[in-house]
Design a protein around this ligand. Structure first.
Ligand SMILES: NC(=O)c1ccc[n+]([C@@H]2O[C@H](COP(=O)([O-])OP(=O)(O)OC[C@H]3O[C@@H](n4cnc5c(N)ncnc54)[C@H](OP(=O)(O)O)[C@@H]3O)[C@@H](O)[C@H]2O)c1
Length: 350
């Protein structure tokens, strides 16, 4: 047995190296041809039924507008009902022929079942499921409460919320040869300190939906979106507290994002819908963020060092001491590189 592995240890690297020259060029030529074809003939969304979770703010809200503009009928879900109704009105104004609002908490399996059932009850079909609802709690692992309740809520919402909803939606999506869009994150490979469980929830989503794509084959296509920093309530600094409530903490937000430009939410939503219509496997917005994947592959030690230097204060020191925060405080750079919508701590309350 050991001999087989010794043989494979020699053969696998050489095979991989040669495949870069012989398999990669024709494969990418073929992929480019398909990409052009799908760009010329993208999916027509007029009349299609799209269920979006986490549609009451940020990326989900703007996805509703992008789908609405293209004539899709919408089911919008989240916990803040008043915001959902305002967004539904705007989506109708932009061109959606029919919009329903469903109050649901995706961390509860019964709510996920109900939101799919209500969508089917109203529209009788489902073409796209957009698993967008997500939250974060910036917290060093050693500072987490012993029961880690805040960490479990992240997993329940970000990972299980998407998995539950998908479980109930898949039979309907198979009937319509539909699509799943899922909001993972660049954090699934770029592992910011204080985001350990958030990053894990996003990496879990990517692994889960990459596997599901193989299981479902051509019946349902899956687009995994992995945005970098995008303007939303999350990048305004809205985070889950240990007591289960949400508060805005812009100083922690500054420590985490630092002098990295935050991209517009409308551009992000447009890129995701464009990618979904083309049937892309992955969408990263802004697209330069794809390079961070290469950085992580090629020099992981330097990426780790950068995070330690820029986001962590001295041991026991307050997070405000972190270099990222000091750079922003000294230069006032956030006024230029953060969209105005996330500069003040106001968020929607209901
Ligand atoms: N902004 C970024 O830089 C960025 C980057 C990468 C990935 N993402 C991902 O993009 C997605 C959208 O986030 P965002 O940036 O647009 O933040 P956001 O403005 O805070 O939106 C989050 C949405 O999720 C909903 N939500 C949260 N918990 C929920 C629950 N238990 N049940 C139902 N809905 C829930 C919120 O609505 P209610 O509070 O009304 O329920 C809200 O509509 C998230 O999955 C996030 O992880 C964001």
């Amino acid at each position: 047995m050991d001999l087989i592995h010794k043989f494979l240890n020699l053969v696998a690297p050489s095979f991989t190296f040669f495949s870069l020259f012989f398999i990669l060029p024709p494969f990418y030529l073929f992929k480019s041809f398909l990409f052009i074809l799908r760009s010329v003939f993208p999916e027509n969304l007029a009349g299609k039924v799209v269920l979006i979770t986490g549609a009451s703010s940020g990326i989900g809200e703007h996805l509703a507008y992008e789908y609405g503009k293209r004539g899709a009928r919408l089911a919008l879900a989240a916990r803040r009902e008043k915001s959902l109704h305002e967004i539904a009105d705007r989506a109708r104004y932009l061109g959606s022929p029919d919009v329903i609002v469903i109050r649901a908490d995706v961390s509860k399996v019964d709510d996920c079942r109900r939101l799919v059932n209500e969508t089917m009850g109203h529209f009788r079909r489902l073409d796209h499921l957009v698993n967008n609802a997500g939250i974060n709690t910036p917290c060093l692992f050693e500072d987490a409460p012993p029961d880690m309740a805040n960490f479990r809520t992240i997993m329940d919402t970000n990972f299980w919320g998407s998995v539950y909803t998908t479980r109930f939606a898949v039979p309907h999506l198979k009937n319509s040869n539909g699509k799943i869009v899922v909001l993972s994150s660049a954090a699934s490979w770029m592992n910011d300190p204080r985001y350990s469980v958030y990053s894990a929830s996003k990496a879990a989503l990517t692994a889960f939906f990459d596997t599901l794509r193989i299981e479902l084959g051509s019946d349902v296509s899956i687009t995994i979106a992995s945005p970098g920093y995008i303007e939303s309530e999350l990048t305004t600094g809205k985070f889950l507290e240990e007591d289960g409530n949400f508060q805005v903490h812009q100083d922690i937000r500054d420590v985490q994002i630092g002098p990295v430009p935050v991209a517009s939410v409308s551009g992000c939503a447009e890129a995701i819908v464009k990618g979904a219509r083309r049937g892309d496997r992955y969408v990263t917005q802004p697209s330069w963020f794809r390079m961070t994947y290469l950085w992580k592959m090629l020099f992981p030690e330097l990426v780790d060092l950068g995070y330690r230097l820029f986001t962590l204060a001295r041991p026991g020191g307050p997070h405000q001491e972190a270099l990222n925060k000091r750079i922003l405080d000294l230069t006032g750079l956030q006024k230029v590189i953060y969209p105005s919508s996330i500069q003040s701590p106001e968020i929607k309350t209901d």
